[in-house]
Design a protein around this ligand. Structure first.
Ligand code: ADP
Length: 502
């Protein structure tokens, strides 16, 4: 135990950690990854650690009206293809309680990042994603050297940043104080691995010997994710159940063997919730505020939500929300397949999502077919996501797999009862309601089939009809505490372990 001079109180050793990530809320976000990096970094900083983040300066950041200050005009990033320079900007999570001084660095390189999307556009992934994220990973290391701020741990998130652990070990020419750092690699979603043709290995600058099955090669392709899985000192993923599932062929996406090999350094740590940003008692996006002690505002939110969706203000019918990326993972097709049976139960559905065109078309069509009972908005709309959380009675998450899932955690706090499939983080965070004992927080089904979903929603419908039971359920849900405290401590343990074993 040492005393931190800056704070004057006793904290354990103050760690220096650089988060290298493709997403940070509110700057750039497509889902839970950005929420997690923003929340965890701020919690660790509040605990007294020197945590900073680096992300690309995307067009969305530029357009977002954030106050950024320039910290370097000419960061030199050596690449196989020659040096490139980047400007570096710094921002912070201003306007929030707690430490306002968690530095967020933005790497500006317009050839790579001045585009409408983070990873692609409506025609698919950007063709040069390998170049973009090789550059970004290399730039993160150059940044540490330039700032003369040497992290003890690079905390890397998902495939976009998975090269960093390999660079630390094997890239020639790195400053010794940079390459001495340890790496923690966190898997937020194993399905997205960063596969590229073999030429992409050539632009990494890594020794050719790493392009093998026991390295970054994957059936003749370059696989970014494997660099993180093999060369990070510690691995984590975002729930205990998902940590087990990814070691199996069913959910290992071809990398379960690698993960079994590294099982002793793989830890599942549940994501926490930023309850400052997700609190129905203070949420600025809502028509009215409410809490477990006084739920009257929730009915106001329900009415406002129905109005937003131009649906009849029928408060008696249960209103079910679906907020999701439209991809196979999320099982949104099960909801579409089940729609007639769900409507037979007398409920209303409000949908917010975007993603694969076939799902967007399908939901748009359902909205047109049942205008009074199915409301559909396509796109990414954070305020509306909050309004659905508050105004709905139930939330659907029928995921085929779910590393952690934050949406169901938000819904619990908003007293919006989740119906989820028993997988990954959903299994770890939602317990089936038992009317006899009054225990439980939601409804859970096992099989990824429309019938199983309908059955679970049918159970929810019956409980909903019993006002006392439903109130009990809402109180159980709202009392759940998935704040970051415990999980943050576990990340600190992993950092220390990574440093000790480097
Ligand atoms: P994932 O990261 O796999 O998409 P999570 O449940 O962990 O799933 O996190 C999803 C996050 O993205 C939540 O904060 C949710 O509110 C938000 N989100 C998802 N789709 C949309 C959308 N269409 N509009 C606004 N927010 C969305």
């Amino acid at each position: 135990m040492v005393v931190s001079e800056e704070r004057g109180d006793s904290v354990e050793e103050r760690l220096r950690v650089l988060f290298v990530t493709a997403e940070v809320t509110p700057f750039a976000r497509t889902g839970g990854l950005g929420d997690m990096t923003a929340a965890l970094s701020q919690v660790l900083s509040a605990l007294g650690h020197d945590v900073r983040l680096v992300i690309p300066l995307y067009q969305t950041v530029r357009d977002g009206g954030f106050a950024l200050t320039e910290v370097a005009t000419d960061l030199s990033v050596p690449l196989v293809t020659g040096r490139r320079t980047a400007r570096v900007w710094q921002g912070s999570f201003a306007g929030r309680e707690g430490p306002a001084d968690v530095p967020v660095y933005f790497i500006e390189q317009d050839d790579y990042f001045a585009r409408p999307g983070l990873y692609g556009d409506e025609t698919g992934d950007y063709a040069d994603n390998a170049q973009r994220f090789v550059f970004f990973c290399r730039a993160a290391l150059a940044l540490a050297e330039r700032l003369e701020w040497f992290p003890q741990v690079f905390h890397c998130h998902d495939w976009h940043t998975a090269l960093v652990p390999a660079f630390l070990r094997f890239l020639p020419g790195l400053a010794a104080r940079v390459s001495a750092a340890a790496a923690l690699f966190t898997i937020h979603n194993l399905a997205y691995q960063g596969w590229f043709p073999a030429w992409a290995f050539g632009i990494t600058g890594l020794p050719l010997s790493l392009f093998r099955v026991g390295g970054v090669e994957f059936f003749g392709l370059m696989n970014f994710m494997k660099a993180g899985l093999y060369y990070a000192d510690q691995l984590s993923t975002v729930s205990p159940t998902y940590a087990q599932e990814i070691c199996t062929p069913e959910l290992g996406f071809g990398l379960d063997g690698v993960l079994r090999d590294r099982r002793e350094v793989l830890t599942g740590i549940l994501n926490g919730v930023d309850y400052q940003g997700w609190n129905p008692a203070t949420d600025p996006a809502l028509a009215a505020h409410y809490s477990a002690a006084d739920l009257t505002g929730k009915a106001v939110c329900k009415r406002a939500l129905l109005r937003t969706y131009e649906m009849p203000e029928d408060l008696a019918a249960p209103l079910v929300g679906l907020i999701s990326r439209f991809v196979d993972q999320k099982g949104v097709d099960l909801v579409a397949d089940a729609i007639d049976r769900l409507l037979t139960l007398g409920l209303r559905l409000v949908v917010l999502g975007s993603g694969e065109a076939r799902y967007e078309r399908r939901f748009a069509e359902l909205g047109r077919r049942y205008p009074a009972r199915v409301g559909v908005r396509l796109g990414f709309n954070d305020a509306l996501a909050h309004q659905i959380q508050a105004g709905s009675d139930c939330l659907l998450m029928p995921s085929r797999y779910e590393p952690c899932g934050l949406t169901q955690l938000y819904s619990l706090r908003y007293g919006t009862i989740p119906t989820v499939r028993a997988t990954g983080g959903l299994r770890d965070t939602v317990t089936p309601f038992d009317p006899a004992s009054g225990q439980g927080t939601g409804f859970v089904f096992q099989e990824p089939r429309a019938e199983a979903l309908v059955e679970a929603v049918g159970t929810a419908r019956r409980v909903f009809a019993d006002r006392q039971a439903w109130l009990r359920l809402m109180h159980n849900a709202m009392a759940q505490d998935f704040s970051w405290g415990q999980s943050a401590t576990r990340y600190l343990d992993l950092y220390r372990r990574a440093i000790a074993t480097r």
